[in-house]
Design a protein around this ligand. Structure first.
Ligand SMILES: Nc1ncnc2c1ncn2[C@@H]1O[C@H](COP(=O)(O)OP(=O)(O)O)[C@@H](O)[C@H]1O
Ligand SMILES: [Mg+2]
Length: 367
């Protein structure tokens, strides 16, 4: 059986690696001839709107999925007419638009930061006034790793508002959102999966730390996680899965603030904060995504082995392989990408039974 994937970055690469033992082959489409999934999967190099390439991608594949939320919705809609696409393009469309995400969360009774949309500079002044400061102005579309965001401290600083508008709308006409800055205690994420029969499973909540807007470290289960918080996160994730009649893995980024969970954004795909599941869970997010989209039974999302896992991203430059492989129990994932400042080149995961020991070893992996 063949899995067809739109996007050929490290997520597609790890999907392909997870599929191999299940007898699933992977074919992907990516505009870059260097897309790193090509080391382990069948490559098609073309733009996402190239119908011949889409046809070739879907040819003989059991299911089409995506690893990247900025693939054009039109490509997934075109594929839907020719093949099975999971998750549904509607989930992709919502995941591409911060305002649509927030609107859906609120409709489902899920708390979010106070948010207002703005398409023009006048609307941006109004939105900042309505939300109050401090706040963050974000592009509705195409932001990632903290890009496409400007923080504002003073709602009366009209020059700063105008600068933010000019900066964020240059080359981007997708509109903006203004969000109240949440004084969160910590950032968490919930990864959940739903099968074609409506079965759902949730991984233990993860605590995430960012540096310069990029995920640096994820720890599972989130230190001090209570059953109550886990259950609340599972309830909100399940509500989203059901609302979207979703099939596959979905990630929702959360802020924990004063015991409340607020939803920040969702990713309709496997997620960086779930990479620890490769060694740290009974069934990884990648395998579970494949199981779901192929209509197979879901795997067990619970912690494997000692019950504690920490993942660190290797960003900008890879530590020496000799250094990493000398550390006992460190699992290295080198994506085979060219080094560039701020680029995620790989990750390392440590699993064990003692939180402090696992964290200390993961810190040593950073070099
Ligand atoms: N409303 C907010 N309040 C506080 N911090 C925020 C808020 N929105 C984003 N951040 C911070 O910026 C990071 C990146 O923002 P996010 O909305 O997740 O965009 P992306 O991950 O797509 O770049 C978040 O993980 C969080 O650390
Ligand atoms: Mg984010």
């Amino acid at each position: 059986m063949i899995t067809a994937v739109l996007g050929g970055g490290q997520l597609a690469r790890m999907l392909a690696l997870a599929g191999a033992p299940l007898g699933l082959r992977t074919r992907f489409l990516d505009p870059s001839p260097d897309a790193v999934a090509g080391h382990v999967a069948e490559r098609i190099t073309a733009h996402y709107d190239d119908e011949r390439a889409l046809q070739q991608l879907a040819e003989g594949a059991s299911v089409c999925t995506f690893e990247f939320e900025n693939v054009p919705v039109a490509a997934t809609e075109w594929l839907t007419a020719h093949a099975t696409v999971r998750p549904h393009p509607r989930a992709l469309a919502i995941g591409q638009d911060r305002w649509a995400e927030k609107t859906m969360f609120r409709r489902l009774g899920i708390g979010t930061a106070k948010t207002a949309p703005a398409a023009t500079v006048t609307e941006l002044h109004q939105a900042v006034h309505e939300v109050g400061a401090p706040c963050i102005v974000k592009t509705r579309r195409l932001g990632y790793d903290g890009r496409g965001q400007v923080r504002l401290r003073d709602p009366r600083d009209t020059a700063a508002i105008e600068r933010a508008f000019a900066e964020l709308t240059a080359g981007n006409d997708g509109g903006l959102v203004v969000e109240a800055l949440v004084p969160f205690d910590r950032e968490l994420s919930v990864l959940a999966v739903r099968s074609t029969t409506g079965e759902t499973a949730c991984y233990p909540l993860v605590q995430n730390e960012h540096e310069g807007g990029i995920l640096r470290r994820s720890r599972a289960p989130a230190p001090g996680l209570t059953d109550d918080v886990q259950r609340r996160a599972e309830r909100l994730a399940t509500a989203v899965l059901q609302e979207l009649d979703y099939v596959g893995v979905l990630a929702i980024e959360l802020f924990e603030v004063g015991g409340t969970l607020l939803a920040n954004e969702m990713a309709p795909r496997v997620h960086n904060s779930g990479h620890w599941t490769i060694e740290g869970a009974v069934c990884s997010q990648f395998e579970n995504h494949l199981r779901a989209v192929h209509g197979l039974p879901l795997g067990d999302p619970s912690m494997a082995g000692g019950g504690v896992a920490t993942m660190v991203n290797l960003i900008g430059a890879m530590p020496a392989r000799e250094h990493l492989l000398k550390l006992p129990g460190v699992h290295l994932h080198d994506y085979g990408k060219a080094a560039r400042p701020g680029r995620k080149l790989g990750h390392a995961t440590v699993v064990g039974s003692d939180r402090d020991e696992v964290d200390a070893l993961a810190a040593r992996a950073l070099g």
